[in-house]
Design a protein around this ligand. Structure first.
Ligand code: ACM
Length: 640
């Protein structure tokens, strides 16, 4: 029985003869629809070329990417050979466009035999995704940007047929809260396509910065793109003084946007622009104060992380500063018409995202202009006021030939039939919208908010909520009872209030971005956490070589605390990653593998000051040391 078990594990991992050097295992994220291991392997050599029979410029570009990637890591020339017919040269990699429509516009078939590698697709995007899979079949050193010597560039024989579950596979990058340069955005695109994402949602405007040049509205970027540089915990800063320089931030010129859009297109990525209105609009209000209903708005300043909302009563927040556009002001619709005209011209994608989230209503409640609008239009409450605004904005967006998309708040107070909804406050907004026959993209906080902490707050940079990898992996975009035709797909959202630089953006995106990639690409039935986690660990090795940062939080101990008597705390420890030993101490020193190993619930000694823990695998430290002060443990009693 045991032997049979080991054998089946071996088959599952596509390994070879026991006791021999194993062939590289097939470990791909997102898991392809179908993988069949073959016999033997293909070896990439200095003589290997890439053959392409298609004259299609997009297909040829994919060949170019592959050649560049292979040659920079291997040092081999890997030239591209073009021919009207398949050359079928032994030892080469062939890219073929086929008339087989069953692969769909993004699917591919990858066949590796000892003599050749062939990627077949109906469209060039499929070749691109086949290439991504091929790269993951190569040894991890393929991620190197410089030539690596003494590697056998072996690709295990396999037949892989693959196509995505959803057409909308998105990542949202908030470039407003902190500005990220054009090059940062390109780098982010380069990383996301490795895992077959095809949509980048750019959150371009918010209270902290307006990031896109709009001709004829120069103050949006002259004034609205700049705040005061602060470091620490964003959201807790004191308001900046009048003398502090407002030189932190930036924006994309229209040429920059064109360059980013083109860069994305060449990598089969659409860019979804978001202009977040009527809330989250302080930068626009500061630039043009007469867009506000509130007298005195000209004294406002672009937010630099100071408190501008009171969230103590839940959502919507109570604004301390009116960060909204005024729905009762015709100038607002003229402004939005100008903005949407240019946004529509710059971004070829069929949707424009108009935000609509977290719009405070307390200043509107006090506004005579809003009261007059309500009377004139028969609007009963503030939700209907926002709904009036959204419907007018929808007409503007549609007049530019674009589809209207907003966060799920746009459902409140009534929604125009053709509007699409991005569900973020859990899945329920999406479920409700789908039942009303609206198109839906799922990006719920419960699974897809990758700005949340991914491990314990004693070590992670503090954010107000936690989303561990294992929970992100539970993301299922199609809820029970919903007609799948309304669910366009899903995306993960990277808000950047607490993200000050690109390295941390990477840390927050990976590995949870891998979990979401699999949720939106792979067949539902193939998804399995125990199978996923070892594949994630393989990606860690690749990230290390590619010098992409990722969170190692899966190796950190997870703690739960309870009280077993009046004055006795007890802790239980576990980890997300498998096969780890947890070593601990209560004596304020640095635990290592010579310290006690956790085997079951621990009673906290009465006078202990801190529980310090670290994880090991096979005798090597793998996790980070976490120190839990007993005062912190006390606060956590009963928390999950
Ligand atoms: C959101 O997270 N406010 C859409």
């Amino acid at each position: 029985m045991k032997k049979y078990f080991i054998l089946s594990l071996c088959i599952a991992a596509y390994c070879t003869a026991i006791g021999q050097v194993a062939r590289p295992i097939i470990s791909i994220i997102p898991q392809p629809a179908s993988v069949q291991a073959g016999k033997g392997s293909f070896i990439l050599r200095s003589t290997t070329a890439i053959e392409i029979s298609s004259a299609d410029a997009d297909a040829r570009r994919v060949a170019g990417y592959l050649s560049k990637k292979l040659s920079s890591a291997t040092g081999y020339p890997t030239p591209i050979k073009t021919s009207a017919t398949n050359l079928n040269t032994t030892g080469n990699i062939r890219l073929t466009i086929s008339a087989d429509t069953t692969l769909g516009t993004e699917g591919y078939r990858l066949t590796v035999i000892p003599n050749s590698v062939t990627i077949t697709a109906y469209k060039p995007a499929g070749l691109f995704y086949g290439m991504q899979t091929l790269l993951q079949l190569l040894p991890k050193e393929i991620e190197s940007n410089t030539a690596v010597k003494n590697v056998s560039w072996t690709i295990p024989a396999a037949t892989i047929s693959d196509k995505p579950r959803f057409g909308w596979r998105g990542l949202m990058f908030d470039v407003s809260r902190h500005f990220f340069t054009k090059q940062d955005v390109k780098d982010y695109i380069d990383q996301m396509v490795r895992f077959k994402y095809n949509l980048l949602h750019l959150h371009l405007t918010d209270d902290e910065g307006w990031r896109i040049e709009i001709k004829g509205l120069p103050r949006l970027t002259e004034v609205g793109a700049w705040n005061v540089k602060k470091v620490g915990y964003f959201g807790t800063f004191p308001p900046p003084g009048p003398d502090e320089p407002r030189d932190y931030g930036g924006f994309y010129t229209q040429n920059d946007i064109k360059e980013i859009v083109q860069y994305a297109k060449e990598r089969f990525v659409n860019i979804l622009p978001e202009v977040d209105v009527p809330g989250h609009s302080l930068a626009a209000v500061v630039a043009y104060p007469d867009l506000s209903c509130t007298p005195g708005a000209e004294k406002y300043r672009v937010r630099s992380g100071e408190v501008i909302m009171d969230w103590s009563h839940g959502a919507p927040p109570i604004a301390l500063v009116d960060n909204t556009l005024c729905p009762a002001n015709e100038k607002v619709y003229d402004f939005l018409d100008k903005v949407m005209t240019q946004v529509a011209e710059l971004f070829p994608f069929e949707y424009i995202h108009v935000g609509g989230d977290e719009c405070p209503k307390n200043f509107w409640e006090k506004s005579d202009a809003i009261k007059a609008l309500m009377q004139k239009e028969g609007l009963k409450n503030m939700e209907e006021v926002q709904s009036y605004f959204e419907k007018r904005l929808e007409k503007i967006v549609e007049s530019k030939g674009k589809k209207f998309l907003g966060w799920d708040e746009i459902l409140e107070g009534g929604l125009a039939p053709s509007a699409a909804v991005m569900s973020w406050r859990g899945m329920k907004g999406g479920i409700e919208a789908a039942k009303m026959k609206h198109e839906v993209v799922m990006s719920p906080t419960d699974f897809a908010y990758i700005d949340y902490m991914q491990g314990d707050p004693v070590i992670e940079p503090r954010v107000y909520a936690t989303l561990r990898l294992r929970d992100a992996y539970k993301f299922e975009p199609i809820p029970d009872g919903v007609d799948p035709i309304y669910i366009k797909g899903g995306q993960a959202n990277l808000w950047t209030e607490q993200i000050y630089n690109m390295r941390h953006a990477q840390y927050m995106t990976w590995p949870r971005g891998l979990a979401i990639a699999e949720a939106v690409w792979s067949p539902k039935k193939s998804r399995n956490w125990n199978d996923f986690l070892p594949r994630v660990e393989k990606q860690f090795e690749r990230f290390d070589i590619a010098e992409v940062k990722y969170a190692p939080s899966v190796y950190d101990p997870i703690i739960t605390v309870k009280k077993v008597s009046n004055d006795q705390l007890q802790v239980e420890l576990s980890t997300e990653a498998q096969g780890l030993d947890i070593h601990y101490t209560f004596d304020n020193t640095f635990p290592d593998k010579f310290y006690p190993k956790y085997t079951g619930p621990l009673n906290v000694p009465k006078e202990a000051f801190s529980l310090n823990v670290i994880t090991y695998r096979n005798g090597k430290a793998i996790g980070r040391q976490l120190n839990f002060p007993v005062t912190e443990l006390q606060k956590r009693v009963g928390r999950k």
